[in-house]
Design a binder for this molecule. Structure first.
Ligand SMILES: [Zn+2]
Length: 132
């Protein structure tokens, strides 16, 4: 198991596989149309289990962030300093991620971002964000 991402189970494996292919996968509820930021077996808005995977645009704006200078937990120690961020996807949901391809001094709340994909293991990828 990679140290770069949470443990993968049957519900979330599609998300990591899609990321390795450069696609951001979420879910859409057939009952209330709510979009969730990653596939899961139920709708976080109305608890319906009538959910289907949907590909999201990867377009987002920066909701909030923190510049991290110290993190002893692997693999994050290798990345310091890094920008830990919560981004708001064009489709609505917010996603915790890390910003790349940007000088931390240039980071500003509300800036436009787009998804970047990084393969960590065979067939599994991370979803990161950088300037649009
Ligand atoms: Zn719903």
């Amino acid at each position: 198991m990679s140290q770069n991402r949470p443990e993968i189970d049957t519900t979330t494996s599609a998300f990591w596989k899609a990321a390795a292919e450069g696609r951001l996968l979420g879910s859409r509820c057939a009952e209330c149309s709510a979009i969730a930021e990653y596939p899961r077996g139920f709708c976080p808005s109305c608890w319906s289990n009538r959910v289907e995977d949907v590909e999201l645009s990867g377009k987002a704006t920066l909701y909030t962030y923190s510049l991290v200078h110290m993190n002893p937990m692997p693999p994050f120690g290798d990345h310091v300093p890094y920008v830990a961020a919560v981004v708001e996807l064009e489709e609505g949901p917010r996603l915790m991620t890390r910003l790349i391809d940007i000088d931390p001094e240039s980071v500003a709340i509300g800036m436009r971002l787009s998804a970047r994909f990084e393969t960590v293991d065979e067939g599994e990828g991370l979803v990161l964000f950088g300037p649009a």
